[in-house]
Design a binder for this molecule. Structure first.
Ligand SMILES: Cc1cc2nc3c(=O)[nH]c(=O)nc-3n(C[C@H](O)[C@H](O)[C@H](O)COP(=O)(O)OP(=O)(O)OC[C@H]3O[C@@H](n4cnc5c(N)ncnc54)[C@H](O)[C@@H]3O)c2cc1C
Length: 410
């Protein structure tokens, strides 16, 4: 691995116009980082990565690199693209535990963060570095959001979240696990207790339904519920998955690892929406795929479909008259997620759009002064790097807001 990283780094052309960086949603300064590595300055390279992206270790493992940095690498035009993700992972993983995060002395202000996903963790680190005292409120017992309760261990080792927790505690962040805001405590309690601003990074945790009969039957589950604790589910030997995104691929690969013998993903058209690499791995792990099946109902036997008919151009032109009853032990529905509405219901003035996603200004301020938001709860289900990129901008705006408010109040 080390030789491989070194030889890959040596292939970097240090382009004047680094397309790799332009292809990265958080604009990682890739050529500079690789240059430092080539000069044996691993700590400096690690610091540069972490300063730009507090979730660098995670992103090095689970970003869609083929579409982002590596997909834009100039070397990929003639040869193979540089394996930037492996280089980033080696640096950030080696550096993380020894990194000392320099934080300004306490400025007397407190920040509340609701949700410990990538957006919440990024804001916690950035605001603590600026001198704020940060408290994270998290519904679940462990931090990480989807990184802890969604993405399977074989793609993202949970030990990484333990290392983040240790680091957060080391820099003085308080974590309140098993604490749902909108339950015993509401946002107004936080403001009354003296938090200068509140950051909402609660993600999207309400599974979308198909809207067909049978979704409440005992043989039917939702993808994100399953991934939160796969061992809690008894799926039998034959599993049908409805939906074709990355969650569906994670469910399929997890179920196969948990001993389910036959896993089939059913698509309601002739394509799959997950990233190519995720589909390739699901196929490699033994998952089958069926196309052009529209779900009519889910019965105790399994999903009942109608087959989509297509003309010679491949356009859908209707349904075959005969329905198709698939027989299986369990069905898992993976057709995306939307936000829960607890905070909107319990916070006067906090508004969502027609999908329930929080409405924010460019600054990340919601419809209530002093409440900011970023990540999936604003953008809908997206990616970790996008959540962190947004959170970085919003943290700066929160800092500005608090400073301006203090000046105005004094
Ligand atoms: C199965 C799956 C696989 C994915 N794979 C990838 C991938 O490979 N690469 C990638 O880049 N992205 C992936 N994503 C998307 C990515 O994980 C999300 O875009 C990202 O996690 C969003 O971050 P966030 O901080 O906005 O929210 P989340 O990660 O959802 O975290 C929100 C946190 O808020 C907590 N919370 C919610 N409500 C409250 C409340 N009222 N009080 C207190 N706490 C609360 C939740 O418990 C959670 O911990 C995947 C998503 C799923 C579901």
């Amino acid at each position: 691995m080390t030789n491989y990283v070194i030889s890959e780094a040596a292939r970097c052309l240090n382009c004047k116009k680094p397309f790799c960086q332009e292809g990265c949603p958080i604009r990682t300064p890739i050529p500079q980082v690789i240059h430092l590595l080539n000069e044996n300055k691993l700590n400096e390279a690690g610091q540069m990565l972490f300063d730009n992206n507090p979730l660098s270790i995670v992103c090095s493992l689970i970003c869609n690199h083929a579409n982002q940095c590596e997909g834009h690498c100039i070397q990929g035009r003639k040869n193979s693209a540089i394996h930037i993700s492996d280089i980033e992972h080696y640096i950030s993983d080696t550096y993380f535990d020894k990194m000392k995060i320099e934080c300004a002395p306490w400025n007397g202000k407190m920040i509340a963060i609701i949700g410990s996903g990538p957006a919440g963790i990024a804001v916690a680190i950035i605001m603590t570095k600026k001198g704020y005292k940060v408290t994270i409120f998290e519904s679940k017992d462990k931090i990480g959001g989807v990184m802890q309760y969604g993405i399977p261990e074989f793609r993202l080792p949970r030990s990484i979240m333990d290392r983040y927790k240790k680091k957060l505690i080391e820099i003085g962040v308080s974590i309140r696990p098993n604490t749902t805001i909108g339950g015993a405590l509401e946002i107004h309690n936080l403001l009354e207790d003296g938090y200068s601003a509140v950051f909402i990074g609660t993600g999207v945790w309400r599974p979308k339904t198909l809207g067909v009969k049978g979704e409440s039957l005992g043989n039917v589950h939702f993808g994100i519920d399953y991934l939160a604790s796969p061992k809690a589910f008894n799926l039998g030997n034959n599993l049908a998955i409805i939906g074709t995104g990355n969650t569906a691929m994670d469910v399929a690969r997890t179920a196969l690892r948990q001993g389910v013998e036959h896993v089939t993903i059913y698509s309601h058209n002739n394509t799959l929406s997950a990233a190519k690499a995720e589909v390739d791995y699901a196929r490699l792990d033994g998952c089958d795929f069926e196309y052009d099946l529209d779900t009519v109902e889910i019965t105790p036997e399994g999903p009942l479909f109608r087959k989509i008919m297509r003309n010679e151009e491949g356009e859908a032109i209707g349904f075959e008259p005969e329905k198709v009853q698939v027989k299986c032990d369990s069905v898992i529905i993976c057709v995306s997620q939307g936000p829960k509405n607890k905070l909107i219901l319990t916070t006067p003035g906090l508004k969502g759009n027609d999908k329930g996603l929080l409405i924010t200004e460019n600054t990340g301020m919601t419809t209530v002064e002093g409440l900011f938001a970023a990540g999936d709860v604003v953008s809908g289900a997206k990616t970790i790097v996008q959540a962190v990129a947004q959170a970085k901008v919003v943290a700066e705006q929160m800092d500005q807001y608090i400073k301006q408010k203090s000046e105005a109040d004094s």
